[in-house]
Structures are given as C-alpha cells and as structure tokens.
Design a protein around this ligand. Structure first.
Ligand code: ZN
Length: 364
C-alpha cells in the first residue's frame, strides 16, 4: 500500500461528523470563553469591592497610611558642609521629601570641633541654615547636645535666640516629644502614639570630669554632677512609667552599645539601661560614634541605633556578628529614617548617596 492511500478524501458521512464535532467544539469554546469572561468580571468586581472594603477597614493601605509619622535622624554633623556633610544633607532632603517627614532629630555633636562660641557664631549659619536647605528639611529640628557642643558655649545652643536665627531650631538638654499616629490626613491610627524622650548624656561620662582631662567642658547651668545625674535618671524613670504610648523611644548622644571607635558607654549601661529595660523601651537612638549601626541582643527587647555619620566618618568598626548583637554596621557617612505605624516601626539606613543599606522593622 502506497503512502498516498492515507490522504484519501473523507466520505460525506465522515465530513458531516467532522462538521458536527467542530460545531460542538466551537460551542464548547464559546461556552469556555463566556465563563472565562464571567470569571474575570467576577474577579475584578471582587477585587474592587475588596479594595473598597479594605480602604474602609484598613486592609490595603498606602505607605503614608501605614506609617503616619516619619522623621530623619542625623548626628555629628556641623563642619561647614565639608567632609560630605553637604552630600548627606542633599540626600536627607530627597528622602525627606519622599517620606514627607514631620521633623528631624539631631542626636548631638551639632557643631565641630568645639560647639558654638556664642549666639552670634556664624558657624550656626554655615553649618546648619545654609546646609540643610531642601524644602523637606524646613521642619522642626529637635536637637540635643553632644560632648563637642559642651566644649564651646553650651548655653548658646539652648538659647531662644538661635530659634530666632532659624525657626527650625529646638535644642534642650532634656525634653520629650509625644505624637499620635493620626497622620496629617487623620487617616492613620489615632489611638496609637509614639513618645520620644531626649536625655543629656554628656554629664554621665566620667572621663570628661577627670582633673587631668585634656578638653574643657561648659558645665554652666547644671546642678552639681551627682545631683544632675540622679535627677535625670529619676525624671526618665517617672516619664517612662507614666507613658502609655505604643512606642517608647529614648534619644541620647552617647552610645550604650556600639562597635565603633568609642564603643560602649559603661556609665550609661550602668545608670540608664536598667531604666529602659524596666519600662519596655523599644529603641535607644544615639550618635557619638561616626557610623551607622543596628544592634539588638537576643536577650533584650531594646534595639540600639547609632546615627552619628552626618559628616566626618571612616573611623573603623570592630569585628562582630549577630551573635554579638550586631545586625548592621556601616563605617561611612549617612543617616537614618524612621517611619512609625501602629504595629510596625520601620528604620532605614542610608549612605551619603541616598542608597538604602539596611532596613529593620520593630514589630508590635
Ligand atoms: Zn560625641
């Protein structure tokens, strides 16, 4: 039998069968297409309804709704724009706009090398007002003093005259900031809040008080040292005990835990840390070491954040791993952003080029 026999024409009966089958298939295809269209329409409706429902119920939400409060943290910065201070400032402006920040926190060592000479010191303009010029940074700057600020006229930075020079400036030795998480559009979590407690750590450090200390500090306006330290610890203890905030954050200049050049501050570990532990503080944020760090020990609830990289940096990081509590360290210039929500507190670490180097979520 030749191969051509396989290509005979179909009989009329066979053709009728084929046509009938084809019609059935077409009908089946039409039916399938119909149900696909119906299913897609249903899916779109369900998604649409779901979206409406979740907007009303708080399911699918925008970043601004999830994090109604946003701020930046910078430390150790005032060097007339040099040592990449200006570079960091411009990236703070970009990120500040992106996050629509509410304020900026400065964790001290605001003016190098020896603070301000007085309320008229031009360094205030050349290291602050003319550096952080981005529109997004025209918000309150909540500022504390670092050891270098105490090496100049410490009272000058606390003087209301500085706020007259630049309305953003708010600097005190100790203060607190309480914010609800309603958000600017009242779409956030109004029943949730964050309390930030700012403390003055420089007087705690023993070496600054040694008779043979090579640097001089402006202790004017402070009570005798032991009295000053005791009153600070008692005040912090009292404020933390009465705080009903969702998030409790303490901000100081000196490190508690750090793998940077200065390392741990034993005075704060002895005198302040037990107060933080007793009141379930979520995070301690500091500067002093000129790097970025995220430290969390497995046996403590407290997250330690170093953001002391506003200008001069590259001073080395000691070798450490997660086992030592070190989750991230960057030995270079940069800053940190904090986005606060009802159940999540997001911290992002940026370098001087605005790259996000590390992210961590504190959760409730
Ligand atoms: Zn310092």
């Amino acid at each position: 039998m030749g191969a051509g026999d396989d290509y005979r024409h179909a009989s009329d009966e066979e053709e009728a069968l084929i046509v009938s089958k084809t019609r059935e298939e077409l009908r089946a295809n039409d039916s399938r297409r119909f149900w696909i269209v119906v299913s897609l329409l249903l899916l779109v409706s369900v998604l649409g309804l779901g979206l409406l429902y979740s907007r009303a119920g708080g399911g699918i939400i925008t970043r601004q709704e999830e994090f109604p409060l946003n701020f930046l943290v910078i430390g150790d910065w005032g060097r007339n724009g040099f040592y990449n201070q200006s570079l960091v400032a411009s990236q703070m402006g970009r990120v500040g706009e992106l996050l629509d920040i509410d304020f900026v926190i400065s964790v001290g060592d605001n003016f190098y090398n020896t603070g301000l000479t007085g309320v008229k010191d031009p360094k205030f303009t050349t290291s602050f007002s003319r550096i952080y010029t981005a529109p997004s940074l025209q918000k309150p700057w909540y500022t504390i003093l670092g050891n270098h600020d105490y090496m100049g006229d410490a009272l000058a930075q606390l003087d209301p005259a500085m706020t007259q020079r630049d309305s953003r400036w708010y600097c005190r030795r100790e203060f607190e900031l309480r914010r609800s998480l309603c958000g600017s559009l009242n779409t956030g979590a109004c029943e949730s809040s964050v309390d930030l407690f700012f403390i003055d750590t420089t007087p705690f450090i023993d070496e600054y008080w040694m008779p043979n200390a090579t640097q001089t500090f402006d202790w004017r306006g402070l009570a005798p040292r032991q009295e000053q330290l005791r009153s600070q610890v008692e005040r912090l203890d009292r404020l933390l005990a009465s705080s009903r905030a969702t998030w409790k954050i303490v901000v100081g200049h000196h490190t508690m835990h750090s793998f940077g050049r200065h390392g741990d501050s034993v005075e704060l570990l002895d005198q302040i840390l037990p107060v933080l532990e007793a009141h379930d503080v979520d995070a301690y944020i500091n500067g002093h070491d000129h790097c970025l760090e995220h430290i969390k020990h497995s046996d403590s609830k407290i997250t330690f954040i170093t953001s002391g990289a506003g200008s001069k940096s590259w001073q080395g990081i000691r070798p450490a791993t997660v086992a030592n509590g070190l989750h991230f360290a960057y030995d270079g210039q940069g800053f940190v952003s904090a986005s606060v929500g009802r159940s999540s507190f997001l911290l992002e670490f940026y370098d001087a080029f605005g790259n996000v180097l590390h992210t961590t979520h504190l959760r409730k």
